[in-house]
Design a protein around this ligand. Sequence first.
Ligand code: SF4
Length: 128
Amino acid sequence: MGCSDAFTHKECIMSNPAESQARRRFLKIAAAGAVAAPFAAVVLPKIGRAAELPHLDPNEPTAKALAYTHDATTAKGNPAFKPGADCANCTFFQGKAGDEWGPCMLFPGKSVHAKGWCASHNFKPASG
Ligand code: SF4
């Protein structure tokens, strides 16, 4: 319910607890937003950065089983290796173009080298 014209704005708010509470809630939310926005701008991009994930250790059992290497040129002797294959052009690589390291769907929580390779390599479909 609003105030009549006979009240000034201040008197209206003070005499109307619901409006007063709503105003306080708004001010709290506005203050929280003012604090959260710079925090989000600084912290969130870092959390989302795949390069921050620990690098996959080629000696981990799964990595070893799939003959993972940080350098695809060393995988040429592997019968599963196809010329030109590396993590950057693999369907399982989730890094962006140009990223040196990126997540791989086969190794959750780790990042693989864009020039790396493993026996599960699968070429991304050609775009366009
Ligand atoms: S599955 Fe693909 S992206 Fe993942 S390690 Fe093997 S080659 Fe690299």
